[in-house]
Design a protein around this ligand. Structure first.
Ligand code: CUA
Length: 331
Protein backbone atom coordinates (compact mmCIF):
# COMPACT_ATOMS: atom_id res chain seq x y z
CA UNK A 1 0.00 0.00 0.00
CA UNK A 2 1.91 3.05 -1.25
CA UNK A 3 -1.20 5.14 -1.90
CA UNK A 4 -1.87 8.23 0.27
CA UNK A 5 -5.29 7.73 1.85
CA UNK A 6 -8.01 9.95 0.39
CA UNK A 7 -8.93 11.18 3.89
CA UNK A 8 -5.43 12.64 4.36
CA UNK A 9 -5.52 14.39 1.01
CA UNK A 10 -8.96 15.81 1.75
CA UNK A 11 -7.90 17.01 5.22
CA UNK A 12 -4.76 18.65 3.79
CA UNK A 13 -6.75 20.34 1.02
CA UNK A 14 -9.32 21.57 3.54
CA UNK A 15 -6.64 22.99 5.83
CA UNK A 16 -4.95 24.82 2.92
CA UNK A 17 -8.30 26.22 1.78
CA UNK A 18 -9.16 27.46 5.29
CA UNK A 19 -5.71 29.00 5.75
CA UNK A 20 -5.83 30.59 2.30
CA UNK A 21 -9.20 32.23 2.78
CA UNK A 22 -8.27 33.44 6.27
CA UNK A 23 -5.12 35.02 4.83
CA UNK A 24 -6.91 36.59 1.91
CA UNK A 25 -9.59 38.12 4.14
CA UNK A 26 -8.00 41.55 4.59
CA UNK A 27 -7.87 42.93 8.15
CA UNK A 28 -10.38 40.47 9.57
CA UNK A 29 -8.01 37.59 8.92
CA UNK A 30 -4.26 37.22 9.20
CA UNK A 31 -3.61 39.97 6.68
CA UNK A 32 -1.99 43.14 8.05
CA UNK A 33 -3.76 46.50 7.77
CA UNK A 34 -3.37 48.38 4.50
CA UNK A 35 -0.30 50.55 4.93
CA UNK A 36 -0.81 54.33 5.06
CA UNK A 37 2.92 55.11 5.33
CA UNK A 38 6.04 53.73 3.64
CA UNK A 39 7.28 52.21 6.92
CA UNK A 40 4.05 50.29 7.41
CA UNK A 41 4.44 48.98 3.85
CA UNK A 42 7.88 47.63 4.73
CA UNK A 43 6.50 45.98 7.88
CA UNK A 44 3.80 44.36 5.77
CA UNK A 45 6.40 43.03 3.31
CA UNK A 46 8.40 41.45 6.13
CA UNK A 47 5.21 39.97 7.54
CA UNK A 48 4.28 38.32 4.23
CA UNK A 49 7.78 36.88 3.78
CA UNK A 50 7.58 35.32 7.25
CA UNK A 51 4.11 33.94 6.51
CA UNK A 52 5.37 32.44 3.23
CA UNK A 53 8.44 30.82 4.79
CA UNK A 54 6.48 29.68 7.84
CA UNK A 55 3.81 28.12 5.63
CA UNK A 56 6.46 26.38 3.54
CA UNK A 57 8.19 24.92 6.63
CA UNK A 58 4.85 23.87 8.09
CA UNK A 59 3.94 22.07 4.89
CA UNK A 60 7.35 20.40 4.59
CA UNK A 61 7.02 19.05 8.15
CA UNK A 62 3.30 18.42 8.51
CA UNK A 63 2.53 16.80 5.16
CA UNK A 64 5.22 14.04 5.30
CA UNK A 65 4.43 13.51 9.00
CA UNK A 66 0.79 12.87 8.16
CA UNK A 67 1.74 10.55 5.30
CA UNK A 68 4.19 8.60 7.48
CA UNK A 69 1.52 8.08 10.13
CA UNK A 70 -0.36 5.95 7.66
CA UNK A 71 2.45 4.57 5.56
CA UNK A 72 4.55 3.15 8.39
CA UNK A 73 1.85 1.62 10.53
CA UNK A 74 2.59 -1.72 12.14
CA UNK A 75 -0.01 -3.52 10.00
CA UNK A 76 -0.64 -6.25 12.50
CA UNK A 77 3.03 -6.94 13.25
CA UNK A 78 3.56 -8.09 16.82
CA UNK A 79 4.60 -5.46 19.38
CA UNK A 80 7.85 -7.31 20.14
CA UNK A 81 8.86 -7.55 16.48
CA UNK A 82 11.29 -4.84 15.37
CA UNK A 83 10.47 -2.86 12.26
CA UNK A 84 12.93 -2.11 9.48
CA UNK A 85 16.07 -0.39 10.84
CA UNK A 86 17.02 2.96 9.30
CA UNK A 87 20.62 4.00 10.01
CA UNK A 88 20.44 7.58 8.79
CA UNK A 89 20.65 9.41 5.52
CA UNK A 90 23.57 11.79 5.12
CA UNK A 91 22.31 13.72 2.12
CA UNK A 92 18.88 14.22 3.76
CA UNK A 93 20.51 15.47 6.98
CA UNK A 94 22.89 17.83 5.15
CA UNK A 95 19.96 18.97 3.06
CA UNK A 96 17.69 19.99 5.92
CA UNK A 97 20.55 21.63 7.82
CA UNK A 98 21.57 23.77 4.87
CA UNK A 99 17.92 24.38 4.02
CA UNK A 100 17.19 25.73 7.50
CA UNK A 101 20.31 27.91 7.46
CA UNK A 102 19.29 29.20 4.02
CA UNK A 103 15.78 30.11 5.16
CA UNK A 104 17.02 31.95 8.25
CA UNK A 105 19.58 33.78 6.09
CA UNK A 106 16.83 34.90 3.73
CA UNK A 107 14.77 36.23 6.67
CA UNK A 108 17.73 38.10 8.18
CA UNK A 109 18.82 39.57 4.84
CA UNK A 110 15.30 40.71 3.94
CA UNK A 111 14.67 42.29 7.35
CA UNK A 112 17.95 44.21 7.22
CA UNK A 113 17.12 45.29 3.68
CA UNK A 114 13.73 46.66 4.86
CA UNK A 115 14.84 48.01 8.24
CA UNK A 116 16.07 51.46 7.12
CA UNK A 117 12.66 52.20 5.57
CA UNK A 118 10.88 51.07 8.74
CA UNK A 119 13.05 53.16 11.07
CA UNK A 120 13.48 56.22 8.85
CA UNK A 121 10.46 57.39 6.86
CA UNK A 122 12.66 59.37 4.50
CA UNK A 123 12.26 62.90 3.23
CA UNK A 124 8.83 64.43 3.05
CA UNK A 125 7.63 67.78 1.80
CA UNK A 126 7.12 70.48 4.41
CA UNK A 127 8.52 70.93 7.87
CA UNK A 128 8.17 68.14 10.35
CA UNK A 129 6.89 68.59 13.87
CA UNK A 130 6.63 66.59 17.08
CA UNK A 131 3.46 65.38 18.76
CA UNK A 132 3.78 64.28 22.36
CA UNK A 133 1.82 61.09 23.02
CA UNK A 134 0.97 60.22 26.60
CA UNK A 135 -0.40 56.79 27.42
CA UNK A 136 -2.66 57.11 30.45
CA UNK A 137 -5.10 54.87 32.27
CA UNK A 138 -7.12 54.67 30.02
CA UNK A 139 -6.77 57.19 27.26
CA UNK A 140 -4.27 58.83 24.90
CA UNK A 141 -3.39 62.48 25.36
CA UNK A 142 -1.63 64.29 22.53
CA UNK A 143 0.12 67.66 22.73
CA UNK A 144 1.01 69.61 19.59
CA UNK A 145 3.98 72.03 19.46
CA UNK A 146 1.62 75.03 19.76
CA UNK A 147 0.10 73.63 22.95
CA UNK A 148 -3.09 72.26 21.41
CA UNK A 149 -4.17 69.07 23.15
CA UNK A 150 -6.27 66.19 21.87
CA UNK A 151 -7.69 63.10 23.46
CA UNK A 152 -7.74 59.63 21.87
CA UNK A 153 -8.07 61.06 18.35
CA UNK A 154 -5.00 62.73 16.88
CA UNK A 155 -5.03 64.57 13.56
CA UNK A 156 -2.03 64.58 11.24
CA UNK A 157 -1.20 66.23 7.91
CA UNK A 158 -0.72 64.23 4.73
CA UNK A 159 2.82 63.77 3.37
CA UNK A 160 4.52 65.59 6.24
CA UNK A 161 6.95 64.05 8.67
CA UNK A 162 5.58 63.67 12.19
CA UNK A 163 7.69 62.66 15.17
CA UNK A 164 5.77 60.92 17.93
CA UNK A 165 7.36 61.36 21.37
CA UNK A 166 5.74 58.55 23.35
CA UNK A 167 5.71 58.43 27.14
CA UNK A 168 3.51 57.96 30.19
CA UNK A 169 3.36 60.12 33.31
CA UNK A 170 5.15 59.04 36.48
CA UNK A 171 2.82 56.94 38.54
CA UNK A 172 0.97 55.57 35.53
CA UNK A 173 1.72 52.16 33.99
CA UNK A 174 3.26 50.97 30.73
CA UNK A 175 1.08 51.24 27.63
CA UNK A 176 1.96 50.60 24.01
CA UNK A 177 1.09 53.03 21.23
CA UNK A 178 0.19 51.18 18.08
CA UNK A 179 -1.14 52.49 14.78
CA UNK A 180 -0.91 49.40 12.57
CA UNK A 181 -1.54 51.35 9.35
CA UNK A 182 1.34 53.73 10.08
CA UNK A 183 4.07 52.02 12.10
CA UNK A 184 5.08 49.37 14.58
CA UNK A 185 4.33 49.49 18.29
CA UNK A 186 6.18 51.73 20.74
CA UNK A 187 5.91 51.28 24.49
CA UNK A 188 4.75 54.27 26.52
CA UNK A 189 6.90 53.98 29.62
CA UNK A 190 6.54 56.24 32.68
CA UNK A 191 9.53 58.59 32.87
CA UNK A 192 10.93 57.63 29.47
CA UNK A 193 10.37 59.24 26.10
CA UNK A 194 10.55 57.12 22.96
CA UNK A 195 10.59 58.89 19.63
CA UNK A 196 9.67 57.59 16.22
CA UNK A 197 8.80 59.20 12.94
CA UNK A 198 6.11 58.56 10.36
CA UNK A 199 5.05 60.15 7.09
CA UNK A 200 1.36 59.44 6.46
CA UNK A 201 0.81 58.97 2.74
CA UNK A 202 -2.95 58.37 2.75
CA UNK A 203 -5.81 60.40 4.13
CA UNK A 204 -8.30 58.55 6.27
CA UNK A 205 -8.99 57.35 9.78
CA UNK A 206 -6.72 54.70 11.27
CA UNK A 207 -7.04 52.83 14.55
CA UNK A 208 -4.86 53.55 17.56
CA UNK A 209 -4.60 50.51 19.81
CA UNK A 210 -3.03 50.09 23.24
CA UNK A 211 -0.95 46.96 22.80
CA UNK A 212 0.08 46.48 26.42
CA UNK A 213 -2.30 45.13 29.05
CA UNK A 214 -2.53 48.14 31.36
CA UNK A 215 -5.46 47.53 33.66
CA UNK A 216 -9.20 46.93 33.80
CA UNK A 217 -10.10 49.24 30.94
CA UNK A 218 -7.17 48.35 28.66
CA UNK A 219 -9.59 47.24 25.97
CA UNK A 220 -11.17 50.71 25.84
CA UNK A 221 -7.83 52.39 25.13
CA UNK A 222 -8.59 52.79 21.49
CA UNK A 223 -8.33 55.95 19.53
CA UNK A 224 -7.68 57.00 16.01
CA UNK A 225 -5.34 58.90 13.74
CA UNK A 226 -7.10 61.12 11.23
CA UNK A 227 -4.88 62.07 8.31
CA UNK A 228 -6.03 65.29 6.62
CA UNK A 229 -4.73 67.17 3.58
CA UNK A 230 -2.00 69.52 4.83
CA UNK A 231 -3.99 72.74 4.30
CA UNK A 232 -7.04 71.39 6.13
CA UNK A 233 -4.79 70.21 8.95
CA UNK A 234 -3.15 73.62 9.31
CA UNK A 235 -6.56 75.29 9.43
CA UNK A 236 -7.79 72.86 12.08
CA UNK A 237 -4.67 73.26 14.22
CA UNK A 238 -4.70 77.07 14.26
CA UNK A 239 -8.45 77.02 14.85
CA UNK A 240 -7.94 74.74 17.86
CA UNK A 241 -5.16 77.02 19.12
CA UNK A 242 -7.69 79.85 19.21
CA UNK A 243 -10.43 77.81 20.84
CA UNK A 244 -8.27 76.22 23.49
CA UNK A 245 -7.17 79.53 25.00
CA UNK A 246 -10.49 79.46 26.85
CA UNK A 247 -12.78 76.72 28.12
CA UNK A 248 -13.91 74.68 25.13
CA UNK A 249 -16.98 72.50 25.48
CA UNK A 250 -15.89 70.70 22.32
CA UNK A 251 -12.59 69.68 23.92
CA UNK A 252 -14.42 68.92 27.19
CA UNK A 253 -16.79 66.60 25.34
CA UNK A 254 -13.93 64.59 23.87
CA UNK A 255 -12.30 64.48 27.32
CA UNK A 256 -15.52 63.18 28.83
CA UNK A 257 -15.74 60.42 26.22
CA UNK A 258 -12.04 59.51 26.29
CA UNK A 259 -11.27 59.88 29.98
CA UNK A 260 -14.42 59.75 32.11
CA UNK A 261 -17.05 57.71 30.27
CA UNK A 262 -14.87 54.62 29.91
CA UNK A 263 -15.31 53.96 33.63
CA UNK A 264 -18.33 56.13 34.49
CA UNK A 265 -20.37 55.83 31.30
CA UNK A 266 -23.84 54.30 31.25
CA UNK A 267 -22.64 50.97 29.89
CA UNK A 268 -20.08 50.37 32.66
CA UNK A 269 -21.77 52.08 35.62
CA UNK A 270 -21.66 50.01 38.77
CA UNK A 271 -18.79 47.84 37.57
CA UNK A 272 -15.87 50.27 37.31
CA UNK A 273 -16.98 53.64 38.62
CA UNK A 274 -20.27 55.17 39.74
CA UNK A 275 -22.61 56.83 37.29
CA UNK A 276 -21.89 60.55 37.29
CA UNK A 277 -24.78 62.14 35.44
CA UNK A 278 -26.80 64.26 37.86
CA UNK A 279 -23.91 64.59 40.32
CA UNK A 280 -23.53 68.26 41.36
CA UNK A 281 -19.75 67.76 41.48
CA UNK A 282 -19.74 67.95 37.69
CA UNK A 283 -20.51 71.66 37.89
CA UNK A 284 -18.07 72.38 40.75
CA UNK A 285 -14.85 73.40 39.05
CA UNK A 286 -12.62 73.35 42.13
CA UNK A 287 -13.87 70.03 43.46
CA UNK A 288 -13.65 68.38 40.05
CA UNK A 289 -10.14 69.74 39.47
CA UNK A 290 -9.05 68.36 42.83
CA UNK A 291 -10.42 64.89 42.07
CA UNK A 292 -9.14 64.50 38.50
CA UNK A 293 -5.71 65.92 39.31
CA UNK A 294 -5.09 63.95 42.48
CA UNK A 295 -7.40 60.97 42.25
CA UNK A 296 -9.62 59.79 45.07
CA UNK A 297 -9.84 56.34 46.64
CA UNK A 298 -9.93 53.88 43.73
CA UNK A 299 -10.00 56.58 41.13
CA UNK A 300 -6.57 57.28 39.58
CA UNK A 301 -5.30 60.81 39.01
CA UNK A 302 -6.52 60.86 35.40
CA UNK A 303 -5.99 64.61 35.12
CA UNK A 304 -2.48 64.77 36.53
CA UNK A 305 -0.60 67.32 34.44
CA UNK A 306 -3.65 68.83 32.76
CA UNK A 307 -3.55 72.57 32.15
CA UNK A 308 -6.14 74.87 33.72
CA UNK A 309 -7.70 75.27 30.28
CA UNK A 310 -8.18 71.52 30.03
CA UNK A 311 -9.90 71.32 33.43
CA UNK A 312 -12.01 74.35 32.48
CA UNK A 313 -12.96 72.67 29.22
CA UNK A 314 -14.02 69.49 30.98
CA UNK A 315 -16.20 71.46 33.41
CA UNK A 316 -17.60 73.49 30.52
CA UNK A 317 -18.91 70.21 29.17
CA UNK A 318 -19.82 68.35 32.38
CA UNK A 319 -21.76 71.18 34.02
CA UNK A 320 -24.58 70.36 31.64
CA UNK A 321 -24.64 66.80 33.04
CA UNK A 322 -24.67 67.88 36.68
CA UNK A 323 -28.43 68.18 36.96
CA UNK A 324 -30.13 70.93 38.91
CA UNK A 325 -29.05 74.23 37.37
CA UNK A 326 -27.10 72.61 34.58
CA UNK A 327 -29.31 73.06 31.59
CA UNK A 328 -29.67 70.82 28.61
CA UNK A 329 -27.88 69.70 25.59
CA UNK A 330 -24.73 67.80 25.20
CA UNK A 331 -25.34 64.84 27.47
CU1 CUA B 1 -3.09 51.21 27.89
CU2 CUA B 1 -3.55 48.91 27.49
Amino acid sequence: MRRIPTAVLLAAAGALLAAGSALADSNGGFAPRDPASPGAGDIRDVYWLLVAIGSFVFAVVAIPLTIFLFRFRSRGRGREVEGPQIRGNSSLEIGWTLGAVGLVTIVIAFVFYKLPGIVDPGQAAGDGFTVKVEGRQFYWRYVYPNGVVAFDTVRLPLDREVTFAVSAPDGDVIHSFWVPNLAGKRDAIPGTETEFRVVPTKTGTFDVICAEFCGLQHATMRGSVEVLPAAAFDRWLSDQEQRQTAASAELGGSMWTSVCAKCHGPSVAGKIGPKLEGNPLLADREALAQIVRNGRRKMPAVGQGWTDEEVDSLVEFTKALAGGGGGGGQG
